[in-house]
Structures are given as structure tokens and as C-alpha cells.
Design a protein around this ligand. Sequence first.
Ligand code: GLN
Length: 477
Amino acid sequence: MELNQLTAHELIDKLKDKQANASAVLDAIYSRIEKVEPSVKAYVRVNDVKKPVCNPQPDSLLKGLPITIKDNICTEGINTECCSKILQGFRPPYDATVINKLKKSGAEIFPLKANMDEFAFGSSTENSRYGATHNPWDLESVPGGSSGGSAASVAADEAIWALGSDTGGSIRQPASFCGVVGLKPTYGRVSRYGLIAFASSLDQIGPITRDVRDSSILSQVIFGYDPNDSTSVKQDVPDFSKSLTNDIRGLKVGIPGEYFVEGMDAEVKTIIEEAINKLNSLGAVSQKVSLPHTEYAVPVYYIIATAEASSNLARFDGVQYGWRAKSDNLIEMYKKTRGEGFGDEAKRRIILGTFALSHGYYDAYYLRALKVRTLIKQDFDAVFKDFDCIVTPTSPTPAFKIGEKTQDPLKMYLSDIYTISVNLAGIPAISIPCGFTKKGLPVGLQIMARPFDEAMLFRVAHTFEQNTDWHKSNPKL
Ligand code: GLN
């Protein structure tokens, strides 16, 4: 195996034992990029960036290991544009808190940023100004989104691991489509300082990795209270290595009936059922449960998320950040900048969100959506009184073809039907590989847990992984 194909924990061990050095890891990644990037397109602005000289601190935890960062997380001095024309040329003067933490732990921030749907609006990474990323398992299919570049870079061995962001499924769904591990932490677990906001009450940064151990290591580094983010929570971060027990005997697993309904791909259904049988054979006790407000999750999400997005995007006016259209008149300049700077999906969301918040409609849409959000949260609270975790598919289908859903935004929105409730409820969830379709596309299993119980996710996910081989398969590129 080449260095770029190893997990981070394998590399950390090799670097410790001096069987490898961090510059060689970086070299291996760059040669892989040269080979596969023309067909995968996981990274953006590839030609603008020079290869860094790696200067690892040998006694640090991460020992100079490179990490790939989604284009919406601020990296000091490295362009961060949310794959939008309106942020063209924006070079943040500061690092996001997660980047700070990574640097302190000795990580090398990879200077190429990962492709994404513009402002994280999407489920396929087709809404990027740089064009689509291709799924390493089938180059004609999407990698999922919006963190499709992050997931594809890990799946294609162009990255050791990566950070994404998840507002309604944008870490878990691309992880599922690309056959890697994606974690959406509890809301408030990871600082959002320096994450360019999409929907502030839903966004969380999280790891995309080759296996569950790597996910736990990266979580250990980026989790924790941050006074710079008023929504970050003062809550102890446990030692996650203790959760990797390979023992789930007696755990109570809820299987929500509402997630196994029409519209779900038959192969996905069979694969998920087999995964649940596997958990049972390992000693877990699964039982059917109900999350009765599930059917409202997608409409509620698209009201709340677009409302928050329309307000967050108001700051892009050509004055403070990025790109500015030419005009002698200030109002005209605003209009031209926004008209030319935002892509179609961003405009659609600004219009929807502004409508939902406007006088006369606020009560009927936004306020009502907030109330239903509480009901969705209470569904989870009720189940978690008796169950340790909930298991579902991550997505109703495997990766779909590029272009298949771009003309039908509603169809696209429905691909998040299994991931969105988790963000509305603020709970943590992980997606892990659990099988392949006959055409060779990966399928992801989603595990959800109580707020701040990521340790439970690692325990169940790691145990599943130890007793299956799905995470070991690689796409042929
Ligand atoms: N696909 C969802 C959307 O388009 C979720 C995106 C995300 O999690 N950033 O809003």
C-alpha cells in the first residue's frame, strides 16, 4: 500500500516509528492528485497553489499529517470562497477555530481546498462554480453533497482525511455515496467560528475519514468549547479511544418504521436490513420504534434553512468580502454584485428564505416550522429514553448520475430525507460503509445517538467495522 492509502492512525504509528516521514506522505498525495484529479475533480483552484514545504513537529499528535479542508472553512492566507463567485479572491485574515486546533495538534493544512456546492446548498456538489466533483466509484455519478469534494478526496486516496460541514446531511450523505466514514457532531460540540454560515442553528463541522478510529481521533482534536462561538457548549470531551471497544452486547437499537417506506431503493433496503442483522448477531437488541413527525422534516428544514441562509447571505454585498461588480452607483453595485455573484441555487434559497421571513408570512411559515422542529426533537427524546442509538439508512438511494436531478430541485431536496431530522434535533450521527449495490456503488448505514453521546456512535460504528470488511474496499481509478 502507498502512504496516501493508509488511515491516519496507521500513518501516525509509522511516523512515530520513523518508518515514514510527513514529507513523503505529502509527496504521495500530490502524485495521486496528479494521476486522478483530472477525472475526480475533488479540489478547486488546483493551479493557483504551490506545494508546501512540510515542517512537522515530531512530538506533536498529528506529526505533520495533511488534512483536506472544505472551501467554506476559513484558512488564514488560503482562499476560502465557498465555491461561489461572490467570494472570489477572499483570503481570510484568520483561521477557523478547528484549523487552529488542528495546527496546534501538528496537522499540516492542505493548501488545496475541497470542492462543494456553492455555500453548501446542495446534495450532489453540482452547484459549485467550478463544476461537479465525480464519484470515485463511478465517474458518471455524483459524490453526494455538499461536502462532495471532501468525501471524494478521501475515497480516491487524494487525502488522508478531511473536514466537511453538515447542515442537513452534507457530511453523512457524501460519505455514504463515496464509501467513507462521515460524522455530524452534536450541535454545539464543534466551534463554528470561521465556518462561513449557511444556517447557523443547523451547521456543524465534522470529520470525513477512512475508518471510525480516524473519525474518533479527529473528533478528539476539533471538539470542545470555544468562547468565540456563543453556540458552542461547555461539555467535557471524553477520551474517545475508550469507546472503540468492539463490544455492543446488550445495547438497545431503535429502528424507526418511518425510514423504511416507499421511495427507498430495494437494494439499499436489503443492505441496511443485513447490517441490522449483523448488529443483532454482535449482541445488540434491535426493535422497531416510531419517529412520528419524520414526514415534516424536509419541508420544515427547507423553511428554516433557507430563512437563515437568506439572512446570512445578506453580508455579501461587494463591499466587505470577495468580488465586486463595477458600477458608479452604490445600489446598482450591490445589485450587480449579488446578481452576478450568486449561482442559481443560492438565489433560489435567498428568495425562498426572504419570503418565509417576510411580514405576513413569518407566522404561517417560519414560526410554524420552528414549532414542528420542536416536535421532531421530542420524537427523538422519547425514543432515547429507552434506546441507546437509532439505526437507519443514510440515504434512500446510492449515488445518482451527474445531471439526473439538477432540473428538479424538489427531487434533489428529497435525497436528504434521512439525514435532515438529525440537524433539526441537534443530535449526533455517523455514516459508515455497510455494503455495495450490484453496480458497485457504496451504501451507508446511519447511526444516531443522544446529544453529546458521540462515544456511543464510535462504539457501535467501530464494532460493526471490526466485524465487516466494507471499509477496506477501494474504487478502481
Ligand atoms: N442538501 C441539503 C441542502 O441542500 C443539506 C446541505 C448541507 O448539509 N449543507 O440544504
